[in-house]
Design a protein around this ligand. Structure first.
Ligand SMILES: Cc1cc2nc3c(=O)[nH]c(=O)nc-3n(C[C@H](O)[C@H](O)[C@H](O)COP(=O)(O)OP(=O)(O)OC[C@H]3O[C@@H](n4cnc5c(N)ncnc54)[C@H](O)[C@@H]3O)c2cc1C
Length: 186
């Protein structure tokens, strides 16, 4: 069957709900259907849906602040990649990979096995903002409540700005007043 046979049609409307017989549109019209193939947007799995734990306690990522939009407050030894939504994804992936290498080299040199971003005293009352701002795509809107938060100051921001990220990530010192290094090699 194709559309030119007059046996198929296209309806452009908002879907309100499923019904016993098909789909109810916002207009009130009901479309009957034998089979429904849904394509109203994927549901993103945050950090691959992996259950991360620290000392047996599951990490609640929405309760954490992102450190340079790649590590998470009070979560040791994890770096994840999130690129740009307004430029090449890999531009930021490269900065992240480069930073991760510098971090590992620093830990090797210092003889430390653990690094953990910790909120500073002045960060404790920081407002928790969405992981990413001004991004209306459905697949992000649907999972924003599951994502880590960002703060309103360096280094807790997801700037989505290459110039600012270069300063924060590439030019920033590894040993700053936020990253805590612990668990020395004995
Ligand atoms: C800036 C940006 C860059 C990206 N870059 C890449 C990239 O380089 N590579 C890559 O692989 N992916 C990229 N993505 C992701 C990719 O666009 C999405 O993963 C993909 O579009 C998801 O497809 P989807 O069919 O699941 O959902 P969508 O493309 O979101 O389609 C869902 C459709 O369903 C409609 N809909 C939802 N609810 C209803 C309703 N109730 N009634 C009627 N219609 C409804 C929506 O209006 C929408 O048109 C990018 C996304 C963005 C925003």
């Amino acid at each position: 069957m194709n559309r030119s046979d007059g046996k198929a049609s296209v309806v452009t409307e908002e879907i309100a709900s499923f019904t016993d017989n098909g789909i109810l549109l916002k207009s009130g019209e009901e479309l009957t259907a034998d089979v429904i193939v849904t394509a109203t947007g994927l549901n993103l799995r945050v950090l691959g849906d992996i259950r991360f734990e620290v000392d047996g306690q599951a990490i609640d990522f929405p309760s954490t602040f992102s450190y340079k939009a790649m590590m998470y407050s009070d979560v040791p030894n994890i770096v994840s990649t999130f690129g740009y939504i307004n430029a090449s994804w890999t531009l930021r992936s490269d900065l992240t990979a480069e930073y991760a290498c510098r971090l590992i080299n620093h830990m090797d040199t210092a003889g430390m096995r653990q690094c953990t971003p910790r909120l500073r005293e002045e960060d404790r009352d920081m407002q928790a903002l969405p992981w990413i701002e001004n991004f209306s795509s459905g697949y992000i809107q649907r999972c924003t409540h599951l994502l880590p938060r960002q703060g309103n100051r360096t280094p807790w921001v997801n700037t989505q700005n290459y110039d600012l990220d270069r300063k924060m990530i590439r030019d920033g010192k590894i040993a700053d007043d936020v990253l805590e290094f612990s668990n020395p090699v004995t």
